[in-house]
Every structure is written in C-alpha cells, then in structure tokens.
Design a binder for this molecule. Structure first.
Ligand code: GCO
Length: 255
C-alpha cells in the first residue's frame, strides 16, 4: 500500500515554493521521496527554503524565475533539458493576491493577477507536458485553485477569475493530455494560515467570518494540504484526472 504513494525516482517542480503552501507541498513531496525543484523570485527566500529542506535531509535545487514570463520559463526548462532533468510532477502553486473593489481596480492590476495566477499554469504546464510527451513518459500536473474556484468573495475579482480559470484549465489539460498518461488535477485550499493571508488572520472580523463559515470552525494549516498533494502526485491517482479536490474543512459542502 505504501508504494502507491511512494515518489522515489520522481522529479517535482513546485512553483512559488520558497514559502507558504508552496514550501509545504515541496517538503511533503520530498518526504515522499521526490527530487524537488523549488521556484521563486527572491534569492534570500530561495536560499532559506533550500536550507530548511537540507536540514531535514532533502537536497533540493532552486530556480529563480517569473512563472508568467514565457521566455524565462523556457530558459529554465532548456537548462533542465541540458542537465538531463525531466520534470514528471509539477505543482502550479505560484500566485499573488490583490484585494480591491472592481470599481477602483486598474486593468494593469487585473492583468498582473491573471498572468501570475492563471496564465503561468498554462505556460509551465505546457513546458512540462511537451517534454513528457517527447520522452514517452507519463506525469502529473497539479494546479492550485481556491474556494474562489467555486464561489466569489467581494474585492478579489481578478484572483477569483483566475482561480475559476484554473479549475477549467485543469479540465482542459485532462481532456488533451490523458492520452499521454499525464493526469491533471487541482487542489482547492480553504482559508489556510499562510503569510499571504496574514492580514486576514489579524483582522478580527475576517477571522470570525472564517471560523463561523466552515464546519471545522477554524483556519486550515498548510500541513493539512500535503496528503492531497502527495496523492495527486503518486500512482495512487493514475485514473483520476480533471478533478479539483477541496481541502477546506467542508466549507463548500455546507450552507
Ligand atoms: C482572500 C484570500 C484567498 C483565500 C483563498 C481560499 O483574500 O480571500 O487571500 O487567497 O485564502 O481563496 O481558498
């Protein structure tokens, strides 16, 4: 049974993984045996993240690049090609947030969120899939959605639109790439205690809303997402594709 979830011999790229949920996914996949490649845009955070994994016995490498920049993504994958590294698990986790009413929202801010939170998953996912198909290898693409893949919260319209797009992009990837034994799924985290959410956690009204709006009556923890990430990265999910699994304490299931 344990071999079903064993990621030994696999190579996983997790975008936006120098901190927050991305780092938790990276640690979880490393603990399951995968060789982990981190991504971020801040050299100091990258060094710290690699050091944290090394302290736990995991030798990770890292690449600093903007996931929404097609040329930058292609350059990194060409470097991996030259090193003989074939990524067969990717978690498209990189994301930003911009909280502002739409009536005041600038198009540039709308576009920036869509580029980082949605288009990047297409760019990186396509780079990975192209190489898996060329190698005749299967693999796993895991996109990170959100509760806002299903329901909207006021003042985060570009994030909501992007995460809704993530849900449907995941299905599109499944439709086109299942024939190549590439399973494409998504994880929809609930409200999780992360640095990106710190302003919300510290807001008493918002904190009360989160705790009163879901049946667990608490925020989720980053480590509570790891099991789903390992499952979707492993052979245990080889006949699962196009799905989004909400790790939300039952929030979306209840009125
Ligand atoms: C917000 C948060 C979101 C939530 C996520 C929950 O402002 O609503 O930043 O990122 O954490 O959508 O699924």
């Amino acid at each position: 049974m344990s071999s079903l979830f064993d990621l030994s011999g696999r190579t996983a790229l997790i975008t936006g993984s120098t901190r927050g949920l991305g780092f938790s996914y990276a640690l979880g996949l490393a603990e399951a045996g995968a060789t982990v490649i981190l991504n971020g845009t801040d050299a100091a955070r990258m060094e710290d993240a690699i050091g944290q994994l090394a302290a736990k016995g995991h030798h990770a490498t890292g690449h600093l690049f903007n996931v929404a920049d097609e040329a930058a993504v292609e350059a990194v994958f060409h470097e991996l090609d030259s090193q003989g590294v074939l990524v067969d698990i990717v978690i498209n986790n990189a994301g930003i947030q911009h909280r502002q009413p739409m009536l005041e929202l600038a198009l540039a801010d709308w576009q920036r969120v869509l580029d980082v939170n949605l288009t990047s998953a297409f760019i990186v996912g396509r780079a990975v899939a192209k190489r898996l198909v060329a190698a005749g290898r299967g693999g796993k693409i895991i996109n990170i959605g959100s509760l806002t893949s299903e329901a909207a919260r006021a003042t985060v319209a570009p994030y909501t639109a992007a995460k809704g797009g993530i849900k449907m992009l995941t299905k599109a990837m499944a439709a086109e790439w299942a024939q190549f034994d590439i399973q494409c799924n998504a994880i929809g985290p609930g409200y999780i205690l992360t640095e990106m959410n710190s302003a919300l956690v510290d807001n008493p009204d918002f904190d009360l809303w989160v705790k009163s709006s879901n049946p667990t009556q608490r925020w989720g923890r980053a480590d509570e997402l790891i099991g789903t990430a390992v499952y979707l990265s492993s052979q245990a999910s080889n006949y699962v594709s196009g799905q989004i699994i909400y790790v939300d304490g039952g929030w979306l299931a209840t009125l």
